[in-house]
Design a protein. Structure first.
Length: 93
């Protein structure tokens, strides 16, 4: 076995506590009502809805894939978004 593969390498480790919530489709973004989620400081659960996208006559929920503190929205209410576009960011717990 190659000695380079068995040697324990010490190097930089990347740990990024910030995560983004992405739009699941194209359409117009609307944030969730304030009683459901606020724009900043609230702890979100994985799967929690942060907003909705109005797309071709249907309403698609935008859910966070991660738990963490909601740091803010990255788009304005009514703004058109594309699939995969970050719409909010949070800091993981």
């Amino acid at each position: 076995m190659d000695a380079a593969l068995t040697h324990d390498h010490h190097g930089e480790r990347l740990s990024v506590p910030e995560k983004v919530v992405i739009a699941p489709c194209i359409g117009q973004f609307q944030p969730a009502p304030p009683e459901t989620v606020t724009a900043e400081g609230e702890v979100l659960d994985a799967g929690q809805v942060v907003g909705f996208i109005e797309a071709q006559g249907r309403t698609v929920p935008v859910r966070s894939a991660f738990a963490g503190w909601m740091m803010g929205l990255l788009v304005h209410p009514g703004e058109r978004v594309r699939e995969g576009q970050p719409v909010a960011w949070l800091r993981t717990l």
